[in-house]
Design a protein around this ligand. Structure first.
Ligand code: 3UK
Length: 529
């Protein structure tokens, strides 16, 4: 297999072969040795879907033919004006928009390697990415250029869209571009993990991986059709958003709806306005939207995917009560590119994450690496057509053990084969010898009408080792204080084993979250309460 990369940086920085995961389920997907995922995902639609809407957004609507033309023009700019050679890393920075997607596919089609940055990242974090990934090129939304210009080392070539610069360069280029003849296992994406501590890790994904998530999770679990209209909130720099908002719709010639702003208050009216049928967002957004569904006509909606964090049962139930839709929970990871455990409509069990996506295998293992008996908690191990390859990082050996990807989550597999999330393995609370999973206590608290959001962590305690401590954000009109604390404690004791109740309860105004919507438990732990 010969790489098309002239710049050999990514190939040279793959982990040693003996540290790669196994890839069962890959051969069955039948990919050829050479493929460019931009051709398969975008250009393949030109034969029968040229005039179908590929992207709709507040700013503009593009058919597949119009999008393909913009992609070709940008690819020509990259190659003929910015001297991109295959294998170069290109920073992409912008809110979810048609220009962002066009730039993304232009890099892929030209054989470059995409490095997408979350819109809110600051110069310091961008500098780490520029350095770690040896980024030579940048395409950026003009509104987000300031932080990029402050970051170092400055890419040799950069261009902005939104202020007419890239637009003018594109106008001078041909609307035709011949795709780079990349190998199926050429790296095309460096996905930085939303890591909590330490230097961020860069996960390396191949052209074939971009198709594999479409042909595994999307085709077998989500099962979209060409008339579906996708919508959602995750940034395209988060692979949850990339897959759910762009790759999955494009693989079937459907429509992507891209919103620059997609808080729950904006997403709900957008679902109605764009007649969306499939929604991707985080559990907390479904909870916030469930309360306001009555104000909007969202009868168009058919399927809703929840990922990024555990989906507490009360949120599943609230969304079902409001819409009659069974939320599709799914666990994914940047290392795996997308979701590897979930359940198709009709096989969903409320409260469980689901069963392995066809092509993937999952099991729960103990300390020594042996499979745990069904019904007992242990570490989640998975393998399938996609898997973890960190760029030059010693942490590879911790994530991949014996060919299995170890996600860092504690799970229970039940007698029927369903997987039930317990906690991040680091977040298990050990109090007086009991193992307590914070999310279980959170689910119990969320069922109380006064609770808007909550986080349960362990805080050090001389007697019990750790104390179950809850941080609870109350709905408006409810008062914090000893009475509320007592009421919540009694409420939890009535629904889960009493030893799990939160002995300490704090009432902050909000909880710390990452840009991908994840609760930052470590921030609460380090607040030293
Ligand atoms: C946690 C979940 C319980 C879990 C992601 C879908 O979240 C994604 O990737 P990240 O690298 O984080 C991975 C970790 O997040 N998690 C994600 N989904 C669930 N925990 N239930 C869930 N449904 O700890 C996992 O190890 O940011 C999700 C698709 C692509 C993604 N990158």
């Amino acid at each position: 297999m010969s790489s098309a990369h002239l710049d050999r940086f990514t190939g040279a920085n793959l982990p040693p072969r003996d540290q790669w995961p196994d890839f069962p389920g890959l051969d069955a997907l039948g990919y050829p040795a050479r493929l460019n995922c931009a051709v398969e995902l975008l250009d393949r639609n030109l034969a029968s879907r040229a005039d179908h809407i590929a992207i709709q957004s507040p700013a503009e609507t593009l058919t597949y033919a119009q999008l393909a033309e913009r992609v070709n023009r940008i690819a020509n700019v990259l190659v003929h004006r910015m001297w991109l050679v295959p294998g170069n890393r290109v920073l992409l920075r912008g809110p979810n928009s048609a220009w962002m997607v066009a730039a993304y596919f232009a890099v892929l089609k030209a054989g470059g390697v995409v490095v997408a940055s979350m819109p809110l990242l600051r110069a310091k974090e961008l500098s780490q990415m520029l350095d770690r990934a040896r980024i030579s090129h940048a395409l950026c939304d003009a509104r987000l250029a300031d932080e990029m210009h402050r970051a170092e080392p400055e890419p040799a070539y950069s261009a902005l869209w939104g202020n007419g610069q890239l637009e003018a360069m594109c106008a001078q280029q041909s609307p035709h571009f011949t795709a780079c003849d990349t190998a199926a296992d050429d790296v095309c994406l460096l996905g930085f993990t939303s890591g909590t501590t330490g230097v961020p890790k860069a996960t390396m994904h191949f052209h074939r991986d971009m198709l594999a998530i479409c042909d595994a999770y999307s085709a077998r679990v989500l099962q979209p059709g060409r008339d579906d209209v996708f919508i959602g909130s995750p940034p395209l720099a988060f692979t949850f958003g990339l897959g759910g908002l762009v790759l999955f719709p494009f693989r079937v010639g459907a429509t992507a709806t891209l919103l620059e702003k997609a808080s729950p208050d904006e997403l709900l009216p957008a679902i109605a306005r764009y007649r969306a049928t499939i929604c991707f967002t985080a559990p907390t957004a479904y909870r916030a939207m469930a309360a306001k569904v009555g104000e909007h006509d969202i009868a168009c909606l058919r399927k809703c995917v929840s990922a990024g964090e555990a989906l507490p049962l009360p949120i599943f139930e609230a969304w079902h009560a409001a819409t009659s839709i069974a939320l599709m929970d799914g666990i994914g990871a940047t290392e795996m590119l997308h979701i590897f455990i979930g359940a198709p409509q009709g096989r969903i069990r409320a409260g469980a994450t689901g069963i392995p996506v066809p092509g993937y295998e999952a099991r729960v293992i103990g300390g020594a690496g042996h499979e745990c008996p069904r019904g007992t908690p242990g570490r989640l191990a998975v393998r399938g057509p996609t898997g973890c390859r960190y760029l030059d990082d010693a942490r590879q050996a911790a994530y991949v053990q014996d060919g299995w990807n170890i996600t860092g989550d504690t799970y229970i597999q039940d007698a029927d084969g369903y997987f039930w999330y317990q906690a991040r393995s680091d977040d298990m609370i050990v109090s007086s010898g009991y193992n307590i999973a914070g999310p279980e206590v959170e689910a119990a608290l969320l069922a109380h009408p006064a609770v808007r959001e909550c986080a349960v962590i362990g805080t050090p305690d001389p007697e019990r080792g750790m104390l179950v401590t809850a941080h609870v954000v109350l709905h408006e009109g409810h008062r914090a204080g000893p009475e509320m604390t007592q009421a919540l404690q009694d409420f939890v004791k009535a629904t889960v084993a009493p030893y799990k109740y939160p002995r300490l309860i704090h009432f902050p105004d909000q909880l710390p979250r990452t840009e991908t919507g994840k609760l930052q438990r470590f921030v609460l732990r380090h607040e030293g309460r």
